[in-house]
Design a protein around this ligand. Structure first.
Ligand code: PLP
Length: 442
């Protein structure tokens, strides 16, 4: 049985949290059960760069998703922090509006010359919900065709009202649509990435009712040459709006939206996560002809007017404009993958590294892969690393961090190989196996 740390305030607090907070956390992917139940340090006191300190004062280097992809510049980036602190000290909420949101609108439109207007929210899912509302208001239609994950809202989860597994291929298996009105059945229809024929089939059937196509321009694989232009054409032919979700890809792959690299122009694009580098901000930008429909419906919220989010976004965009952040995270991701591949080969461990270097996924090839990954995570914690099935590098990660990670990973891999050979992965783990998707906790 693995050693259990003598004190584990995080574990104790999480046990309490599950009593007061249904599901324990506000975000599924921050549940300790998604990494290593009973072992993962659920809470932190300090986070700077890529270093995290847990409630017991233990230090870790973060080789997971670094704030679920939000902290592209690293935790508590000094420039962003200074700008935010200054805004807070001058008052970040007021009866009047913050001027930073106008500067931010101008800045995002400069970066995306096809766009003419912007609206702001504070996170990705609600920004997508705004884009969908605008698309429905602009077209007078109800149906949304989508590909990929776009948040927790009714419009999206409605997909699982028609077929319970409709969302399974789009990020998480098992998402329940309980609480989503049955009346929304048939209003959200999934298609596969690079599967133009699937979208064409939806449009053949529902084209006249189609308000929008919502998708990421890319996520794990590049688009086939004809895919994005084909999507644009299908939208134009049936009068649907094209919405690119850049919540995860925006800024991480290049300054601004990744769609700019493909030359396919949407009607709206949505940003969040990295835009605020850890501070809440979401943006919907679009052509005026589409965005004006926001005035025909009611889209309005008190905290969408506070000043921290736009201030953080401006500072983040400034840093990304000065430094090749996307180039850095790509290079760190490539080094991580190269060294993993060498290690896996050396120890004959089956490891698959997927996605782009800046958004790397990692999986072990084993009949009990979830248990093996949990054992990996638990042992890496003992070496001072947060590690699991994906790594989203940040500007704070340097080659020496990768070297430290890989030397710890080598020790752990030797044990994994031994555990596989002995067939005792679960016995060595001695604690529950990580969850793979959505599940009720109790
Ligand atoms: C592509 C995409 N869209 C939307 C969302 C939802 O954003 P948020 O968690 O900020 O609501 C996410 C979050 O993972 C995402 O990756």
């Amino acid at each position: 049985m693995a050693d259990t740390p003598e004190t584990n305030r995080s574990r104790d607090l999480y046990r309490e949290a599950r009593r007061w907070i249904p599901g324990g956390t506000q975000l599924l992917s921050k549940r300790p059960e998604m990494f290593a139940p009973e072992r993962w340090p659920a809470y932190y006191t300090d986070a700077h760069g890529c270093e995290v300190v847990d409630l017991d004062g233990r230090k870790y280097l973060d080789f997971t998703h670094n704030g679920v992809g939000s902290c592209l510049l690293g935790y508590a980036h000094p420039r962003v922090t200074a700008a935010v602190v200054d805004r807070i000290q001058r008052g970040s909420m007021c009866s009047l509006n913050n001027p930073e949101e106008v500067t931010l609108a101008r800045k995002l439109i400069e970066l995306h010359p096809w766009a003419e207007q912007a609206r702001f929210a504070r996170c990705g899912g609600e920004s997508l919900a705004i884009a969908v509302r605008i698309a429905r208001a602009a077209t007078g239609r109800d149906v949304i065709a989508f590909c990929g994950y776009h948040g927790w809202s009714d419009w999206y989860l409605a997909a699982n009202r028609s077929a319970n597994q409709a969302l399974d291929g789009h990020l998480l298996p098992g998402l329940s649509p309980a609480g989503v009105p049955r009346g929304l059945q048939g209003t959200a229809l999934p298609f596969g990435y690079n599967r133009l024929e699937e979208l064409a089939a939806i449009i053949r059937d529902q084209g006249r009712n189609l308000a929008a196509v919502v998708m990421e321009p890319t996520r794990h694989t590049p688009p086939l040459p004809e895919f994005l232009p084909g999507v644009r054409q299908l939208c134009d032919d049936c009068g649907a709006k094209l919405v690119f979700d850049e919540v995860t890809t925006g800024l991480r792959f290049r300054q601004g939206g990744k769609h700019l690299d493909y030359g396919v122009i949407p009607d709206m694009a949505v940003f969040a996560k990295a835009l605020g580098n850890g501070h809440p901000i979401g943006a919907v930008i679009g052509r005026a002809s589409t965005m004006e429909a926001a005035q025909n419906t009611f889209i309005s919220s008190t905290y969408w007017t506070e000043g921290v989010g736009p201030t953080a976004a401006l500072a983040t965009l400034e840093v990304c404009g000065e430094i090749d952040v996307a180039g850095h995270v790509r290079s760190i991701g490539e080094q991580f993958r190269d060294q993993w591949q060498t290690l896996a080969k050396k120890h004959e461990l089956s490891v698959t590294l997927g996605g782009y270097p800046a958004l790397t996924t990692l999986a072990f090839g084993h009949e009990d892969a979830a248990a093996l990954m949990t054992l990996f995570t638990v042992r890496m914690l003992d070496h001072g690393f947060l590690a699991g099935s994906g790594f989203y590098p940040t500007l704070a990660h340097q080659p020496e961090h990768i070297d430290k990670f890989m030397s710890a990973a080598e020790h752990v891999c030797m044990e994994l190989v031994d555990a596989v050979q002995q067939g005792d992965v679960r016995t060595r783990l001695g604690s529950p196996v990580k969850h793979g998707g959505f599940a009720r906790l109790t």
